[in-house]
Ligand binder design. Structure first.
Ligand code: E4P
Length: 215
């Protein structure tokens, strides 16, 4: 499973990248707003750091507006920028058009397997089911991912599943067990993955025993 990092914070991306844990990056307007920085400036900096897909989201709600924004965003790094488009009829139309032009699209704000099926049929390179936001309202987000995996495998769709809106290590574990192509992970959760209390106590014990051998 590929690891994308779900942040627009360049320091976090650099730290995760240095641990070899960044196959790509996802951003959204809220994540960029948290940095307090200019959208294009942040994306350019990320693109200089990471050689992998970097999702940049459009904010227009109509197809023409989405296409115009996409054509500007793709110029920032034609090889690695992926256009993030919301799952709406206008978004599906933009996705079809961009896919026909060879521009990869990540369809975002997906909450059902049928939305994922539409994204695949429209030619999206990626679909982002938001598991955490579904859990927040009492639905099992990961159940939808399992169904998307089955549907894509049934018909040989090559659209990659990005498990998004990840809140905990359990989401990452289940994404890997289901066979999602990608999990996009906030930096804090990434650090949690490396943590285990037995690792900490193990290190303490080895250090104490090592001291005993320094006679
Ligand atoms: C990534 O593509 C999504 O925009 C992000 O994972 C959403 O996460 P949130 O539900 O925690 O805002």
């Amino acid at each position: 499973m590929k690891f994308f990092i779900d942040t627009a914070n360049v320091d976090e991306i650099r730290a995760a990248h240095d641990m070899g844990l960044v196959d790509g990056v996802t951003t959204n307007p809220s994540l960029v707003a948290k940095t307090g920085r200019n959208f294009h400036e942040v994306l350019t900096e990320i693109a200089a750091l990471v050689d992998g897909p970097i999702s940049a989201e459009v904010v227009a709600l109509d197809t023409e507006g989405m296409l115009a924004e996409a054509r500007e965003l793709i110029k920032l790094h034609p090889k690695n920028i992926v256009i993030k488009v919301p799952m709406t009829p206008a978004g599906l139309k933009a996705t079809r058009q961009l896919a026909d032009e060879g521009i990869p699209v990540n369809m975002t704000l997906a909450f059902s397997p049928l939305q994922a099926l539409l994204a695949a049929k429209a030619g999206a390179a990626y679909i982002s089911p938001f598991v955490g936001r579904l859990d927040d309202v009492g639905h099992l987000g990961m159940e939808g991912v399992e169904q998307i995996r089955t549907i894509f495998d049934n018909y040989g769709f090559t659209t990659e599943i990005i498990v998004a809106s990840v809140r905990s290590p359990l989401h990452v574990l289940n994404a890997a067990l289901i066979g999602a192509d990608i999990c996009t992970i906030p930096y804090g959760v990434l650090l949690q993955l490396a943590k285990h209390p037995l690792t900490d106590t193990g290190i303490e014990r080895f250090l104490a025993d090592w001291q005993k051998s320094q006679v």
